[in-house]
Write a protein that binds this ligand. Structure first.
Ligand code: URA
Length: 251
């Protein structure tokens, strides 16, 4: 300000504490117009986070930030929607819309987040069942997850984990609690938002429909292949029953 980089209605303002109203005055900082709150264009991005990036808007230790995966022109004013650990990979939203962030991260929204977890060793079924029923992580109240074993080798097992709440490092702490620590963790879905074509480290804008869906009524159920198949089966059964009934009437 003292350098005359701020102008109000075309005049340089150097006096600290000078008042101006962005709703009425034309305020520029280094030639850039300051938009009144609420009129700023809302922007929504989806990135495929790499390991070794911090889900934070700033870092005193100067580690790479998730916003650095976007070009400088796009990343201005963005913050990550929730957190993925430094070493977690996968889908993460970035936006400048605080309300959107509150909605997606609020426990009461119960927007499911789906992860692929590779764990050390092969947890016995009983231990996995504890994750489903609810398990205490540290001294906090119990947390649970939908957990499905995908495959196993001699040394590792892979699980699909669906969380409906987002406690700090929840997946890692849950598997730690059964003695099988997570070696690799990838978020593959946020609500019904899934992206198979976004390569690690790449990003894209969300389209209007995607933003609307995420903002909309809570998506407590995930459209997984299994429940799509089961819905299709239910629909087919209903159609067959109806046809039989109609056929019956005609006879
Ligand atoms: N659970 C974790 O343990 N880590 C993440 O980054 C996200 C969910």
């Amino acid at each position: 300000m003292l350098r005359g980089e701020v102008t109000v209605n075309g005049k340089a303002v150097k006096e600290l504490g000078t008042k101006a109203d962005p709703n009425q005055d034309h305020i520029k900082v280094r030639g850039k117009l300051i938009s009144p709150a609420g009129t700023r264009e809302k922007r929504y991005f989806l990135i495929n986070k790499l390991r070794g990036y911090l889900s934070s808007a700033a870092d005193p230790k100067n580690r790479p930030l998730v916003a650095h995966l976007l070009p400088p022109s796009a990343r201005r004013g963005l913050h990550p929607v929730g957190r993925l650990d430094f070493n977690t990979e996968g889908l993460l939203l970035l936006t400048n819309d605080g309300e959107f962030t509150r909605h997606i991260t609020a426990a009461k929204s119960r927007i499911p987040k789906v992860y692929l977890a590779k764990v050390k060793g092969m947890p016995p079924d009983k231990a996995v069942e504890r994750l489903r029923r609810g398990i205490a992580i540290d001294d906090e109240r119990k947390v649970r997850a939908e957990v499905r074993m995908l495959r196993e080798s001699k040394t590792n097992a892979w699980f699909e984990v669906i969380l409906h709440e987002g406690r700090n490092q929840q997946v890692r702490r849950m598997f730690d609690a059964i003695g099988h620590s997570v070696i690799k963790l990838v978020r593959t879905r946020i609500g019904n938002l899934e992206e198979k074509n976004l390569k690690p480290g790449r990003w894209r804008k969300l389209n209007e429909r995607e933003v609307k869906t995420l903002k909309g009524p809570h998506q407590t159920r995930i459209a997984t292949k299994r429940n799509i198949q089961s819905k299709t089966r239910q629909r087919q059964t209903k159609t067959t029953t109806r046809r039989r009934r109609e056929g019956g009437k005609r006879v």
